[in-house]
Design a protein around this ligand. Structure first.
Ligand code: TRP
Length: 337
């Protein structure tokens, strides 16, 4: 155990989780939950789709919790929280907003890209979406986290959080540790189409809950080296999503090296490469599917995990807010204050 060190990290409730979440985050979280006191947050304030798909967001909160349990995150040692059910998130966001110059949000490259995406879909950006990085800073600072495992694209938010912590500590009182970001083994998994990051909205995912048959089919149709027409043509391994997935999910390194070597020479067919990949992915997903099926039929466990996590999350959040109130002097009515 990293003595007394806390982690906060989170995901948006956009639906059931996929291999990109696994390689970029969950795999890391599984290891970290044994070393740190972990707060895992379902960021239900951070979605832009409320306006048109309220039900989907609500269902997704359960889907995410189910997938977390299915991969083996444990509510006994970690805390599963729903952002909106810990209202201190909103309160701390309000206070932090006073210490963040508008320009810092306007320049945030991740936020800019996401807002451009929303607008490209002919929707307008809600004010709450524009300020979500401040809420994210509050998420991290509330449990006074030391470490924040995230995808690469989240690093600007962590940088902003550190800046906010420094400003607060300097101006008032040392309340917040300066949290460090930690990027996973596969910072950004390409989709099965090879074109973009794996993402539900693009429709290029392999989901953790996909059946064996679905995985086989998705892998069979995966984008591969477009310059290679026959098994005897020399192929490209570099930048080929099929081999990126082999690297990410096939634990048999000797097999992967052999396939690569033969692919480059033109001595292996796509069918063999893809069959072996599908097998590796199915081996990874099989125990996850089994646990998912169990929790699907025991939804009381999912609910209990969230109840416990939210209540533990609130306990540390209240403690932090008390420190914040004292530091800011907004404890007007406190006895002896
Ligand atoms: N914005 C993160 C994402 O899209 C999710 C998230 C919300 C988060 N709150 C967080 C990540 C706090 C780390 C810490 O992936």
């Amino acid at each position: 155990m990293a003595e007394g060190k806390r982690i906060l990290t989170g995901m948006r409730p956009t639906g059931s989780l996929h291999l990109g979440h696994y390689a970029g985050a969950l795999e890391n979280w599984l290891r970290l939950q044994r070393e740190y006191d972990c707060y895992f947050l379902i960021a239900d304030y951070q979605v832009s789709d409320y306006a048109d798909d309220w039900d989907r967001v609500h269902n997704s909160v359960w889907e995410v919790a189910l997938d977390w349990l299915a991969v083996g995150l444990s509510p006994d040692i970690s805390h599963f929280m729903i952002e909106s059910q810990v209202p201190e998130n909103a309160e701390l966001t309000t206070w932090l907003s006073w210490f963040l110059p508008l320009g810092m949000l306007q320049r945030n490259p991740t936020l800019k890209a996401e807002m451009a995406d929303i607008e490209a879909g002919n929707k307008s950006v809600p004010v709450a979406f524009f300020t979500y990085p401040v809420m994210q800073a509050a998420n991290i600072l509330l449990p006074r986290a030391h470490l924040v495992p995230v995808g690469e694209d989240q690093l600007p938010h962590i940088e902003m959080t550190r800046e906010l912590a420094r400003r607060f500590n300097r101006q008032f009182k040392e309340v917040f540790p300066e949290p460090e970001g930690l990027v996973g083994r596969v910072p950004r998994l390409v989709g099965t189409d090879g074109q973009a990051k794996m993402s539900k909205s693009v429709g290029n995912t392999i989901d953790l809950k996909d059946s064996k048959a679905v995985v086989n089919e998705k892998v069979r149709r995966m984008y591969t080296d477009p310059t290679r027409l026959r098994a005897i043509d020399p192929g490209h391994v570099e930048g080929n999503p099929v081999f990126m997935y082999h690297d990410a999910f096939n634990p048999d390194k000797a097999e992967v090296d052999d396939l690569k070597e033969r692919y480059i020479r033109g001595a292996v067919g796509d069918v063999e490469v893809k069959t072996k990949l599908a097998k590796a992915i199915n081996n990874l997903l099989e125990p996850i599917r089994e646990r998912r099926a169990y929790y699907e039929s025991h939804s009381e466990h999912v609910r209990a995990a969230l109840e416990k996590g939210c209540s533990e999350g609130r306990a540390i959040a209240r403690e932090t807010m008390e420190m914040v109130h004292d530091a800011l002097g907004v404890n007007y009515l406190k006895k002896g204050g």
